[in-house]
Design a protein around this ligand. Structure first.
Ligand SMILES: [Zn+2]
Length: 301
């Protein structure tokens, strides 16, 4: 009897281990991609995000603990357009995982199918420009986030075709939910049309295009390059002349300079997340977009 119980327990444990092993192991660079992957992958994925939400999307600090996680990963999901240039190539090399290297099916570049804006004439990192292939912050446009969802779904189907039906059903359900939210956000953001704003880093061109806002400029001199006193002076005087009403500070940048600019121009300072987890109550992509739209609308009232 005891022996029988032993075997039953043993087999149950073995089955549990197999179910665990059967999950697709996904590493995402950022938290928005992690949330989108969880929505498509459902119970068949185990997702780990390198970022927690408060980091600079171009400079997630590299931890030694990332290496074994990447070594075991079936997929690495990234923004692309070299957004992760400062940390991902080095981590992929250290991972010694051939499945997730650039060009392999396990390397999931979510920018496939997206046309970048603000593409510079030269793709040179030497000047510190962190947007060498155009602006990589397309996930702040929920319509473009749908392309990322599709790319994630395609990669999951390719790596685990046995779950293809579930992945496609999850994708369709999530896209339907997102479409309903997009309609709601556009309705709620009606008052934002034509509203001028600046931000610290150039995170917002896709968001501005989607919601009809005017993206007036950035506090940074160029993406990834600190402002000079002269640049701030010029920005303040042009903001005053053009009645710019909102200054956006992203969580990874200090408040001092944005607060000073808001004070000097009479604009409203708001702190907005650029990925889920950047500020409290933004744990999912949809919660984050809710928060951004509500905060922008409240800033002009
Ligand atoms: Zn950027």
């Amino acid at each position: 009897m005891k022996l029988k119980l032993f075997f039953v327990t043993f087999i149950a444990l073995l089955c549990a281990a197999q179910v665990q092993a059967a999950k697709v192991r996904v590493v995402t660079t950022l938290t928005d991609l992690a949330d989108l992957t969880r929505n498509v992958g459902g119970e068949h994925v185990e997702v780990f995000s390198l970022a927690t939400g408060i980091e600079d999307t171009h400079g997630v600090p590299m931890k030694p603990s990332f290496v074994p996680v990447l070594n075991r990963a079936d997929l690495v999901v990234l923004v692309g357009f070299d957004c992760e240039h400062a940390f991902l190539p080095a981590l992929l090399e250290a991972s010694k995982n051939p499945r997730i290297q650039k060009g392999k099916p396990g390397y999931v570049d979510c920018s496939q199918g997206i046309t970048p804006v603000d593409v510079p004439k030269s793709t040179d990192h030497s000047e510190g420009d962190v947007h060498p292939y155009g602006n990589p912050h397309y996930l702040l446009d929920p319509v473009l986030a749908k392309t990322a969802v599709q790319n994630i779904c395609n990669a999951l189907v390719a790596v685990a075709p046995q779950f293809a039906d579930d992945f496609r059903a999850n994708r369709d359900a999530y896209l339907a939910k997102l479409d309903a939210k997009i309609a709601e956000w556009q309705k709620n953001a009606a008052s934002l049309k034509g509203v001028k704003f600046v931000s610290y880093h150039e995170h917002w061109p896709y968001f501005a295009n989607r919601f009809g806002m005017v993206y007036f400029g950035t506090i940074e001199l160029k993406p990834g390059i600190d402002p000079t006193p002269r640049h701030i002076e010029e920005l303040v005087s042009s903001m005053k002349a053009e009645h710019v009403s909102i200054v956006v500070r992203e969580p990874q940048f200090p408040e001092k300079v944005p607060a000073l600019i808001a004070q000097q121009t009479g604009a409203t300072l708001v702190k907005l997340p650029i990925m889920p987890g950047g500020v409290p109550h933004t744990d999912t992509y949809i919660e984050m977009m809710d928060y951004i739209v509500q905060t922008m609308v409240a800033a002009i009232k």
